[in-house]
Design a protein around this ligand. Structure first.
Ligand code: NAP
Length: 314
């Protein structure tokens, strides 16, 4: 497994990471254990979760239960800020909330430190300076090693980086946003800002929830026990006419060039500037194995240009 630095200022991470939002949602503890152990065996070092995954805490709890001594081998990334209760009293990026959220995540993860602590969504109710000061204190206390943001726009990232610099606070080292062959909007504003400030990208929904694995066909219902069969909202979002047109053209490209769609989904992202690790989710150990292999491919410049014609730049 190859390693890359997460931006200029972040830790080294495996180029294939493990997205952990299936734990406690699509899969139980025993299956999550198999997925985690397979990832460790393959040299995957980056595990990305969030406090909210798995019905408010389930994913972090399972990771804590399974990792044990292996915790030291991995870069454990989690997030705060999403709503942890229905009343809406446990969310956001205020100092008071961050301090409580970090303690709760550390406890569920059964660890003394979080390697990458990410703000899940921008919080319009809290000045970014207050958020950065709280995160800076967590780093100085040794509870957090690096900080990152998720779902920020270009201007929100620039505002945060300048605020950190102006006040001599630790700055974000990474962004996590939706990015795949089907969703390229980050290329417009966010990616250029990230390049300027030396941040690393962790693209989420890199497989478009499975549509870029090649297991779905327009003419057939979603196969049994897949995400699009289980989660209608995501199926409606991704199985659109315009996505099918792109996927079918990508499949033709793959057939001609001797790639699989899965390989293309990984190798294309890893050829993009700033991308450090593709944090794909998995519900079975075999998927982790396929995903780890899929990242080995390298795309030639003319292939990348051909792909731009199929999946246009935003
Ligand atoms: P994804 O990586 O695009 O899709 C993962 C799903 O595709 C798997 O759960 C599995 O679904 C299917 N799959 C994966 N590998 C496969 C293979 N080799 N063959 C066939 N099917 C395969 O989406 P994601 O897992 O939702 O996103 C990745 C990670 O990004 C998450 O785990 C999470 O850590 C993060 N994320 C962050 C945000 C944010 O706001 N920051 C939002 C979403 C996700 P089935 O087996 O169920 O069909």
């Amino acid at each position: 497994m190859k390693l890359r630095k997460l931006g200029e200022f972040g830790p080294e991470v495996s180029v294939v990471g493990l997205g952990c939002n299936n734990f406690g949602m699509r899969i139980d503890l025993e299956t999550s254990r198999k997925v985690i152990h397979k990832a460790l065996d393959l040299g995957i070092t980056l595990f990305d979760t969030a406090d909210i995954y798995g019905n408010s805490g389930g994913s972090e709890t399972m990771i804590g239960q399974v990792l044990g001594e292996n915790r030291k081998r991995v870069v454990l990334a989690t997030k705060f800020g999403g709503a942890m209760n229905d009343a809406g009293t446990m969310k956001g990026a205020s100092r008071r909330y961050i301090m409580a959220a970090a303690e709760a995540s550390l406890k569920r993860l059964r660890t003394d430190w979080i390697d990458l602590y990410q703000i899940h969504f921008p919080d319009p109710a809290t000045p970014i300076e207050a958020t950065l000061r709280a995160l800076d204190d967590l780093i100085r206390d040794g509870k957090v090693r690096y900080i990152g943001c998720s779902n920020f726009t270009g201007w929100q990232l620039v505002d945060a980086q300048w605020t950190a610099k102006h006040h001599n606070l630790h700055a974000f080292v990474s962004c996590q946003n939706e990015y795949s062959l089907l969703v390229r909007s980050v290329e417009r504003e966010l990616l250029p800002a990230m390049q300027k400030f030396g941040l690393g990208m962790l693209p989420y929904f890199p497989l478009a929830s499975g549509l870029l694995t090649g297991k779905y066909a327009r003419s057939k219902p979603a196969p049994e026990n897949t995400r699009f069969q289980a989660l209608q909202g995501l199926a409606d979002r991704y199985l659109t006419e315009s996505n099918w047109k792109i996927v079918e053209r990508l499949e033709t490209f793959c057939a001609k060039r001797g790639h699989t769609l899965l390989e293309l989904a990984f190798s294309w992202l890893l050829a993009r500037p700033t991308v450090a690790s593709v944090i794909a989710g998995a519900t079975k150990p075999e998927q982790v194995e396929q995903n780890a292999k899929a990242a080995d491919g390298v795309l030639a410049p003319e292939e990348l240009a051909e792909i731009d014609d199929i999946s246009p730049k935003p």
